[in-house]
Design a protein around this ligand. Sequence first.
Ligand code: HEM
Length: 407
Amino acid sequence: GRDVNRRDALKAGGVALGGLGALAMTNASARAEPWSWSPQGSVAGQGAGADPRTVWDPEADAVIANVLERHNVNRINAELRTWVRNGQEVPSGLPAELRDFIEYARILPPWTDHNKLAGGFEFTKKQGTIISVLYAFASGMMSTVIPNEARAVYYSKGGQFFKDRIAKTAKLGYDIGTVNAYAPDGQMTVTCVKTRMIHAAVRHLLPQSPHWPKQYVPISQDDLMVTWHSLPTTIMANLTKWGVPASRHESQGYLHTWQVCGHLLGIRDEYLPASWREANVQSTQVLKPVLAPTREGIRLADDLLRLGNELDLTLLSKPILGAFTRFILGDKIANWIRVPREPVWSPLLEVSWAPYLAVRQGVLNVAPPMDNAYWMFDEFLRQFVLWYMSELRMPISIELPQHNRHF
Ligand code: HEM
């Protein structure tokens, strides 16, 4: 009798927990403070000031919902595969309403400044390797402690085909750093518009998942800005902390590449910060307070740290990738996602990473007594770039999902 009771109690507990989880999720975001960031600090310089938690992407959402419900999505994805370069015509085989949307969505914002974009490229040319390390260990790993994002990724198709998803995300990080990112022969505009369409598809599909509360539509403008700050704002903060030099032209340019990206992803101009100062203010309000562990995020973090296992690159083992994560995101977040300290690499990073970067930048020209560390970091970066480039070598096509994760 006692066993049955215990089993029943466990079952009841499970149900109650499930209910609580769903309730917590409908609470959308853990930001307790009302939205107070002024649109005067945005690239638009003005706006109605609506809380971005109440705004999604109506233009894309209506079109994509209709496409998913009424059209042959396999055929549409086959057409989208042929649309690669920014200057290319939109494939004629797409339904007219989707073509019209793409023609509208691909237009660069009127405030695009090509001189600034050139500065952004200068920065990537000089610091590309360190920036891509930060995309992976600052932004990528941080996404696992942004509850709304971690849950959306986990319960969508991308959570199931995770390696594929990472390759597609890596493509965006690569495209934004190319010399012609937003020019006719580049690919970033196409990547952004496709991603905007994917996000609209996720808004349509996720509420149909039995694991998702129906009334909660994912990827609000607030969610988009939270994730945006996990990218450029977080990366610039780390580069500054590490003393990586950036001229004004480079730093303004890097910000601008991400402002244009945000616009093309469907973020309203009134939410996109006009300056690093405004970005930091907004990030403190929207990103910092929502960071928290979730069951889903812990699983995704584990998947991410195992991605390096597949190639024969000895320094990309889970413990070493974990050490970088702990070093960059700090002990609190590393503990949340159960990434332990690594006995060799953790102290090595704490003591020698900053001097290593200074030597690498030519800021210090005499290497302090750290030959071994210097070699290890060089070798790590070499293997990291090999891995990253191998992810990008296969043809990557960002396509509309037609279902959620299957369990
Ligand atoms: C898909 C980038 C914000 C959830 C994608 C893809 C990219 C991307 C490149 C395509 C990858 C693929 O097709 O698998 C970005 C960027 C963002 C952003 C640059 C902000 C600046 C968000 C936010 C959420 C989110 C805020 C959730 C709260 C997803 C999901 C998918 C996706 C669920 C689809 C995965 C799938 O089922 O295939 N995103 N994203 N994203 N994104 Fe985002």
